[in-house]
Design a protein around this ligand. Sequence first.
Ligand code: NOJ
Length: 733
Amino acid sequence: MKKTIYFLAAAVLALLSGCAAKDDTEKKIDSLVSKMTLHEKVGQMNQLSGGEWLAEAVEKGEVGSILNCTDPAELNRIQRIAVEKSRLGIPLLIARDVIHGFKTIFPIPLGLAATFDPELVEKGARISAIEASASGIRWTFSPMLDIARDPRWGRIAEGSGEDPFLDAIMGAAMVRGYQGDGDSTSIAACIKHFVGYGAAEGGRDYNTTEITERSLRNVYFPAFKAGVDEGAMTLMTSFNANDGIPSTGNKWLIKDILRDEWGFDGLVVTDWNSAGEMIAHGFAKDLKEATGKALDAGVDMDMMSYGYISFIEELVKEKKISEKQIDDAVRRILRLKFKLGLFDNPYIDEQRAGEKLYAPEHLEAAKQSAVESAILLKNDGVLPFKGVNTLLVTGPLADAPYEQLGTWAFDGEESHTVTPLEALKKEFNVIYEPGTEYSRDKGTALVARARSAAARADAAVVFVGEEAILSGEAHSLSDLNLQGAQSELIAAVKQSGKKVVVVVIAGRPLTIGRDLENCNAMLYSFHPGTMGGEAVADLLTGKAVPSGKTPVTFLKDAGQAPFYYNHFNTGRPNNGTETLLDDISLKAGQTSLGCTSYYLDSGYGPLFPFGYGLSYTTFEYSGLTLDKMSYSNGDTIEARVNLSNTGEYDAVEVAQLYVRDLVGSVVRPVKELKGFQRVEMKAGETKEVTFSLPVADLAFWTLNDGYAVEKGDFQLWIAGDSASGEPVSFSID
Ligand code: NOJ
């Protein structure tokens, strides 16, 4: 009893002191704002990239935040100017794209999504924050929450793939990891790019989008809403114009949805010159008008268009923008700086800046992430290797320390990267032949050498894929086959008659169908980061067992894009009995090949569905039951299934729960992921796996333009991928 009273008293005190601290901060903000000239206020709203001339602008109070400077000594120098020489001494907020690690590079976000392991993803983001903050970076432009249904889009590498549910969970995990407990290792997360950027027409970066409000709300908003609910401190607008309105000038998006509907009170920043780009979009006639539109939409900080610093004062004088609006934006910026403790502690301890980098536990987490992100797409039993002494290692990605880090890994250093070649040399007697010089190399001079070397080995591993530069921003592709002579290399090595394992290191799901035919096993590792080599070696030798699952649909052909598992059924769904052009029975002069929704050449289905991935063991699902047949709003559905590990390896299975809402006021997806669990299973073990699904999670944006769970019939199933599983029925009454 005594203990409880003490606990309650302590909690009340903590709460009161929390409120007092909050009030104190607000008072400090008020006092600062009251002392600021309009020019200084505008300065806080201006974000610039590092450069020689920056010092002068900082001293004049014309810069609130800088990006792209990571040298601790240089950052201290510039911060000293802000704190000690500018009139009000307001510290700078230092930003950087820490996307999948700072120095210790984790797998690209798409690979992280393949782990289906939010705890590990959170841990990775925490480590990134620890490393980055030690070097003075207190704001990262991550996580990218853009739904990507088209692998031609190069930035598919930077997000969690095609599924709103997985995206929301992974995004929230990253926000938690970056922001931590709010101590000096906390860095502000920035959920981006708001919104719809990944739906670029044709997968071409920066391209137009045409997303309806319903799709925004059902598909593109949920991860952003989850990020806001998780307390993300900042948000970035996107480059694209949706329905004719560039996001940076979209008042409905920023004011009505983000601020009013979701209650976001953090900082909104433009993307790089996205205010200025509204001129090229044809949405503003000049930078002044673009600035006015961005401000009017509710954007607080201008990244690199120089519009805010050049025109806000004029716009205020002309009464086109109120000073109150500027004050609100400045308050949000100052609040963030206070929250991050920058006023108390603006400098970096240069002596210790390097201590936190590449710590053994960071490398260990990066390796674990790389292990869990790898997806086994094919295995005829060759893996894990048994009785292999001499191994041919070939391919342009076998020993490419920079390329294996992937896109947006500016700060990761090649010298710390362990390549697959290096790691495999510790396990096997390795014969190494590059095969081709780099992924786009069309030359076949080295291919023959690799083929003949295979004859001297017990087995071969061919490392193919994409150089880092082939995915990421502005790096879209229309051809998703392996580039250069890589497919020829795989086929040539196969001709040796030896067992061939292909490891794909890439930024997107490539169309690897023909390569699958030329190998005995394929492991898809995306860009696995600093520790990718050791992770792959552990997987090939069986020290680790693959558990990754595809976070996006893998296509047979780029022409199938956009393709996603949670599509609508259409009025003419294909039931898998398609007639294909290369069907031998097809005769010239035939007038109809059927009347359903599919491609004559690549058919209906994908190469691999969403959620797919093999293991060295096998799993069986049986006996799915629900606790009831019908539910009401407010209920929670309890689903149980028996999961058996029917093989010989202890392993992890990602059990996935899917739902179908059979009839709606608007058409509903053929399936939607609503839950997943990584289940650790001993060989031979059977476990009951339970899922609790709140009925509220079945809500969507209905015909009545509101979120609701509609009454009616549903199906639910639990399986190892999105294309398997036997549904059971239930209803919402
Ligand atoms: C442009 C990119 O779209 C955005 O994601 C990134 O954060 C900024 N540049 C800053 O580098």
